[in-house]
Structure formats: C-alpha cells, structure tokens
Design a protein around this ligand. Structure first.
Ligand SMILES: Nc1ncnc2c1ncn2[C@@H]1O[C@H](COP(=O)(O)OP(=O)(O)OP(=O)(O)O)[C@@H](O)[C@H]1O
Length: 328
C-alpha cells in the first residue's frame, strides 16, 4: 500500500515497452520537503519512473501516489502543484526570457515573482534576449526557471545541470538549497554524483529497472562500502589497503619506513561516486541480462555502462589482512 503521508509513494511499479521491462517492481517513498536523488546508469529506468510520476506516461502495473493523487488521473489543480524540468530543452520560440516566464507565470494560481526567478537562475542580463539566442547552458537555466515559476510543492529535475559550467552548477545548487529551505520537495536525477551528494537528503539507485539501494546519502552502500582506503608507494610499487583503522596502518607504515615520510601516502574515503560504481557493477555482474540494451528504444546507451566516467578499476580488499598491488 502506498504511504499517504509521503509526497511520492510508489509500490511495485512496473513498466514494459512491448517485451522489454523498463521498470521491474520499484517501491519507494519520498517524504515532504526532502530532496531525493534518483541515480542510475543510462537506460536504468529513471526517466520512465519520473514520467509516470509526472503523469506523462502510463504504468503497466503497481501503485503510485504523487501529492496524494494517482498521477494517471491527476487534474489541472494537481498539475499546477508540480514543477517539471524535463531532460531535454524545450522549444525556445521567439520569446525573450522575461516574456516566456511572464507567459508561463499566468498559467499558475500562485506563481513566483518573475524578477525573483530570473535573478535566482542568474539570467538578469539576458532577460531581454530571445531564448533562441542563448547558449545551451543559459537555455537550461530557462528550463529550470520555467520549472519553478509556478511555485511548485514538488519539483522534478531531470538532469538539470547538464551543460552547465562549474560556476553555474554551483549557482544552481544555491538555488535548489533555497527552494529546499522554502519546503519544496525535490526529485532529482543526475549523473553527477557530487551533485547528488551535495543536494540530496536521500538517494535511490536504479539499475536494470530495479531499485538496488535506497537510503540517506551517507548510508548508501552500507558501512562496508565506506571503509577508507590507504594508498602508498613501497619499492616503487603503488599499494592500497582498505582498513577501518587507517591511523594505525599509517603509523605502522611510518614506523616501517624508519619514521620518515611514506611516499605517495594518502587516506581516501570512498565518495558516493565510488560506492555507486561498485553497487552498479555488482548488479551488472549478478544480472548481466539487465546490461543489454533493448533492440529499439529512445535512449541508446553511450559511454560507460555505469553512466559516469571514472578512472581505471581498482581492486581492493577489506580489513587489514590483505593488500593488493596495483598498476598505476
Ligand atoms: N518509448 C519507449 N519505447 C521503448 N523503449 C523505451 C521507451 N522509453 C524508454 N525505453 C527504454 O526503457 C529503458 C529505460 O529508459 P529511461 O529513459 O527510463 O532510462 P534512464 O534511466 O532515464 O536513462 P538516461 O540516464 O539515459 O536518461 C531504456 O532501455 C530505454 O531504451
């Protein structure tokens, strides 16, 4: 049964496109006021789930409630309480930034102030510019502005900062923090794991249409996944060891080195990205059939199967017993 107190509640959500199962029984709740990051590789089923929750796509089976309403049957009042930033930039037309926002503000019963929104997305200097003359990143800011102009209770952000330069991303994060402070519930999908870690209260990871983990950002992957890694160089060979007592190991290494500095020494705590990559890789090993793309589909998978780029895979062991030499 769905949770009546949740902003979003789904139970055993399934979606098939012909014989291909894009969502294979997903259940989760998103609490009012929280920022929830839905993560997963290309083709995992995130957009499918989000579009079902936005009321744009039918589900094959399962239960869903969004702000207490079945998204398959949500009326205009319900839609007016949602803010939606789709994955792709919409048609820009021949309107200026300000005209477009003022136009959309007119559709909502309780819109935000147009000037405030323009300032919030950092487009003051471009407010009189035709949207088609903006850069890709600036247009994406217009998408975000259009998503929040209606003062939504629930904001869907599907890869909102793709194409943003680093400074714009940080400005955008500030904007999202402000919305969060105002009590807006946010469902965010992103391939930037640092973005998820910075903005999210909780995260869910989808792979192959299944939810493989869910929890507070710093609990994803469990305690084991967060065991620090100590790296150093001995006899010209890079070594690393996972240990719950890194200080002890560092002291041992220093002692073994006659009290001198240990070359290449670093203690690294796995980031959300490290943990995510490990979880997804583990899932893909366990369910290789989920990795394969369907014969036809809207999203051809590009790049790495895990959806984010990373350096060479490192093999490490947990505890103090084993250490592994790695090629650098
Ligand atoms: N209309 C459709 N018809 C057939 N297959 C589809 C359709 N829409 C999506 N799919 C397939 O369903 C799977 C899930 O797609 P979805 O867009 O939900 O993934 P995603 O997690 O959002 O991926 P990305 O990170 O690349 O945006 C993919 O394999 C995709 O090809």
């Amino acid at each position: 049964m769905t949770n009546p107190d949740a902003a979003i509640s789904v139970r055993d959500l399934r979606k098939s496109y012909g014989k291909f199962t894009a969502l294979d029984g997903v259940s989760f709740d998103i609490h009012p006021g929280e920022t929830f990051a839905l993560l997963g590789p290309n083709g995992a089923g995130k957009s499918t789930a989000i579009e079902i929750l936005e009321g744009y796509r039918d589900r094959t089976s399962g239960e869903a409630r969004v702000l207490g309403v079945d998204p398959g049957a949500g009326g205009l009042d319900w839609k007016a309480r949602l803010g939606i930033v789709l994955q792709s930039t919409g048609e820009s037309g021949n309107a200026t930034v300000r005209e477009q926002l003022a136009h959309f503000a007119g559709f909502y019963p309780n819109p935000r102030d147009v000037d405030e929104v323009i300032a919030a997305v950092g487009l003051e200097e471009k407010q009189k510019t035709l949207i088609r003359k903006l850069s890709g990143g600036q247009r994406r800011r217009v998408d975000v502005a259009l998503g929040i102009i209606g003062n939504p209770a629930l904001l869907f952000l599907d890869e909102p900062t793709t194409g943003f330069d680093p400074e714009s991303r940080r400005q955008f994060w500030q904007l999202i923090r402000g919305l969060k402070t105002d009590g807006t519930t946010i469902l965010l999908t992103t391939h930037y794991l640092d973005e998820a870690a910075t903005l999210g209260d909780r995260a869910g990871i989808i792979a192959g249409g299944r939810l493989i983990d869910i929890g507070e950002i710093d609990e994803i992957g469990g305690t084991e996944a967060r065991v620090p890694v100590v790296r150093w160089v001995a006899d010209g060979v890079a070594r690393e060891q996972r240990t719950t007592t890194p200080a002890t190991l560092v002291a041992e290494l220093v002692a073994a080195n006659g009290g001198a500095e240990v070359p290449g020494l670093e203690v690294v705590r796995p980031s959300l990205e490290d943990i995510y990559l490990e979880l997804v890789a583990r899932h893909e090993t366990a369910f290789p059939e989920h990795v394969e793309e369907p014969p036809s589909g809207k999203n051809a998978s590009t790049g790495s199967a895990t959806g984010v780029s990373t350096g060479p895979t490192r093999e490490v062991s947990t505890g103090s017993a084993t250490e592994k030499e790695i090629a650098r």
